[in-house]
Design a protein around this ligand. Structure first.
Ligand code: CP
Length: 304
């Protein structure tokens, strides 16, 4: 498998073998390799806010000896003056070796990749995909459970707009999971994802009451209600605070349940869970560093 010069846009573009290979390379990137990407430049095109993704990409690049340029919001770029994303990507490709893009519009990363001859990495496009988050999620699951196969995975919260759960569902489908999609009906996993699971013969349950299924789970993946994706603020207010997880959850769960969250959290998960043996979300965020190091090294042809 050779990811040199490849775009990383959708998790669906990667085979099971690709995913496992990236995880293997990530394992070898737990420590910095200070000269690996010397003289390489990464551009960050962030049209939407980010803490973890942008900073861990920057840290990953710099810890491999590379350099970084870019912007962290649309209004400090010429998008504010009306420049198209196509033109932005056409220009930025002249200044960098790899670009990392986050954008509120679904498909924006694919468009930037088409405009650019340099590899483009999707750091989240609207409610669509967040493939690098999914790779670090897989890396975390592999680390904390010792395997990816045959796990019962609950996803709770905003499954309609949450791009992390869309990507993770597609990726975990390679590993014979049983999914529990826990959300109010209006925020359930979109039908298109459920249809794909049916076609592949993958077991899943849709449910709104977490208590009813919490004892079955190996992994509980919590998500926030994605305020910024709601067209109607009144609709958001209806679902805000729908789930508020705290240590009461733990009365009825497996001893080795692991709780994940892509973060940021708002009010869906209480800090009382943080110090329990179940919480792995801070470790999960830290795993973004080796995984993003691996992706940068692979697409820049400095790892195989
Ligand atoms: N998980 C994640 O994408 O976090 P940020 O929005 O802070 O990058």
């Amino acid at each position: 498998m050779n990811l040199k010069n490849q775009d990383i846009i959708s998790i669906n573009d990667l085979s099971k073998e690709d995913l496992l290979h990236i995880l293997k390379v990530a394992k070898s990137m737990e420590k910095p390799k200070p000269n690996l990407l010397k003289n390489k430049i990464m551009a960050t095109l962030f049209f939407e806010p980010s803490t973890r993704t942008r900073l861990s990409f920057i840290y990953a690049m710099e810890s491999l000896g590379g350099e970084v340029l870019g912007f962290d919001n649309a209004s400090s770029s010429s998008a504010k003056k009306g420049e198209s994303l196509w033109d932005t990507a056409k220009i930025v490709e002249k200044y960098c070796d790899v670009m990392v893009i986050r954008h509120p519009i679904e498909g924006a990363a694919r468009l930037a990749a088409e405009a650019s001859s340099k590899p483009a990495i999707n750091a989240g496009d609207g409610a669509n995909q967040h493939p690098t988050q999914t790779l670090l999620d897989l890396y975390t699951i592999q680390k904390v459970k010792g395997k990816l196969n045959n796990l019962s995975i609950g996803m709770v919260g905003d499954l309609k707009y949450g791009r992390t759960v869309h990507s993770l569902t597609a990726a975990m489908s390679h590993f014979n999971p049983t999914f529990y999609f826990i959300a109010p009906q209006a925020l359930q996993m979109p039908q298109t994802y459920l249809d794909e699971l049916k076609e592949k013969g993958i077991k899943f349950v849709t449910e709104s009451n977490l208590q009813k299924v919490s004892n079955k789970l190996d992994i509980l993946y919590v998500t926030r209600i994605q305020k910024e994706r709601f067209l109607d603020p009144v609709e958001y207010e209806k679902y805000r605070g729908y789930y508020k997880l705290d240590t009461k959850l733990l009365e009825n769960v497996k001893k080795d349940l692991k709780i994940m969250h892509p973060l940021p959290r708002v009010d869906e998960m209480d800090r009382s869970l943080d110090e329990t043996e179940h919480a792995v979300y801070f470790e999960q965020a830290a795993n973004g560093i080796p995984v993003r190091r691996a992706l940068l090294a692979l697409v820049l042809g400095k790892a195989t």
